[in-house]
Ligand binder design. Structure first.
Ligand SMILES: [Zn+2]
Length: 248
């Protein structure tokens, strides 16, 4: 059975592996300086029963525990980067698994493997595998050479979820913290997924926040235009929040 992917918002994505549901990078609220810039497809209480949750790093827009604490089934396996466990347990989650690249855990027949990332704070990306489907979740990492090893270990990726907004921090001399749209397309050339879905692009810090603190270098359109140069066999689908896509 193929998987069904539905973006919730930003990097928060729901993956349905034949009825077993995995949520990535929970983000369900907003605050000044952190605007989704797109709808929110589900609230925590609207979510289906989850088989697992993966969280890449401890930034509010990827690890929104205050809001996600409303999810009722606190015994869901919650796979996080090493160091994030304390906060997840404090929010009431009872089955928290810390991980680093190449650590793997099997949950109800799904295999979750932590994979490399770099972002300014400790971060994992993840490969999530059902019986017939392999998904790479790129969170909001930079394009680092370490990501190439994913293609060696997982040579048949069905779906890659890749950040594309090239976020940089202005006060830190425009230090880039997220890959650009073209870098995400180049990564597609390495991972060769059947399908690529861009994530992490509608976010805004608000008019003044964007002007003062952030700069962006990438859109879903730019990603879609660049992918054929690097990965002519990869199909790009730009998904609105709540719009489901079958992975094959
Ligand atoms: Zn972040």
């Amino acid at each position: 059975m193929p998987a069904i992917v539905t973006r919730v918002t930003h990097s928060c994505v729901l993956l349905d592996f034949d009825g077993r549901q995995v949520l990535t990078d929970p983000w369900f609220s907003e605050k000044p300086g952190y605007r989704r810039g797109e709808p929110l497809a589900f609230t925590p209480v609207d979510l289906p029963r989850l088989t697992a949750v993966v969280a890449s790093h401890d930034h509010y827009d990827h690890f929104d525990l205050n809001a996600f604490a409303a999810y009722p089934h606190k015994d869901v396996p919650f796979i996080v980067k090493t160091g994030m466990g304390v906060k997840a347990r404090k929010a009431g989650f009872t089955n928290v698994i810390e991980s680093d690249p190449w650590d793997g855990v099997t949950v109800d027949g799904l295999r979750v493997t932590a994979t490399p990332a770099r972002h300014g704070v400790p971060e994992n990306t993840y490969v999530i595998q059902g019986a017939d489907t392999t998904v790479f979740f790129g969170a909001d990492t930079l394009r680092i050479p370490d990501l190439d090893e994913i293609a060696t270990r997982f040579p048949a990726i069905d779906l890659a979820l890749l950040p594309v907004n090239g976020l940089a921090i202005r006060p830190a001399f425009n230090r880039r913290v997220v890959m650009t749209a073209e870098q995400a397309a180049e990564l597609c050339g390495v991972l060769r997924p059947a399908i690529a879905v861009p994530i992490h692009y509608a976010f805004t810090a608000g008019r003044w926040g964007d002007r003062l603190f952030l700069s962006y270098n990438g859109t879903p359109d730019r990603f879609a235009r660049a992918v054929p140069r690097f990965a002519p066999d990869t199909a790009v689908h730009v998904l609105a929040p709540g719009e489901p896509l079958l992975t094959s």
